[in-house]
Design a binder for this molecule. Structure first.
Ligand code: MN
Length: 206
């Protein structure tokens, strides 16, 4: 195999969107998805491939790159792009057309054990998403075996805190500004009520 082929085989690939760009309309418009997936998400993957080329990080999984670079000041650029690539792929799967509603029983039971009620869980997630100052993410995550709401800044994720992500909401302005301008809370409420993919979250419990 030529060097060129070896190098291309080790590159990160932009994971396909799990639905059409207009599938989340009108909660999230096709225009927003077009920029968010086609420019922002793709940009993180491309940047990562450029930064990793010829280094020990070429050919590593995203999870390994994230674990190897988290908290290292001199590796911030590669961490940020790897974590953003991972977070976005996870985010697209955390949503689905005609989402929201009731979680499957196994997840609902776990939510009630941790938060009391589904509504209390949704409220805590919405508060985390709304109050994250500046760019970042709101998450439902497993800490040992208990569900928690976590918010992280910029590219950070529960992975770097030893937790297992269950679902996430992107609260960077690029996620909502074309559709909601400064009304982040309206975007959050609509996403939780109409798009959250509880089936994906349930799969992440295992
Ligand atoms: Mn984003």
């Amino acid at each position: 195999m030529s060097n060129e082929k070896l190098q291309s085989a080790s590159k990160q690939v932009l994971a396909p969107l799990p639905y059409a760009e207009n599938a989340l309309d009108p909660v999230i418009s096709a225009r927003t998805i077009g920029f968010h997936y086609g420019k922002h998400h793709k940009g993180y993957v491309d940047n990562l491939n450029n930064l990793a080329a010829g280094t020990e990080y070429a050919g590593m999984t995203l999870e390994k790159i994230i674990a190897a670079t988290a908290g290292k000041v001199d590796k911030a650029a590669i961490f940020n792009n790897a974590a953003q690539a991972w977070n976005h792929t996870f985010f697209w799967r955390s949503l689905r057309p005609k989402g929201g509603g009731e979680p499957p029983a196994v997840l609902k039971k776990k939510i009630e054990a941790a938060f009391g009620t589904l509504d209390a869980c949704k409220k805590e997630l919405a508060t985390a998403a709304t109050t994250q100052f500046g760019s970042g993410w709101a998450w439902l995550a497993l800490d040992d075996d208990k569900l928690k709401v976590v918010k992280t800044g910029n590219a950070d994720s529960p992975l770097t805190k030893g937790m297992k992500p269950v679902l996430t909401i992107d609260v960077w302005e690029h996620a909502y500004y074309l559709d909601y301008q400064n009304r982040r809370a309206d975007y959050i409420t609509a996403v939780i009520d109409k798009l959250i993919n509880w089936d994906f979250a349930t799969k992440n419990l295992g």
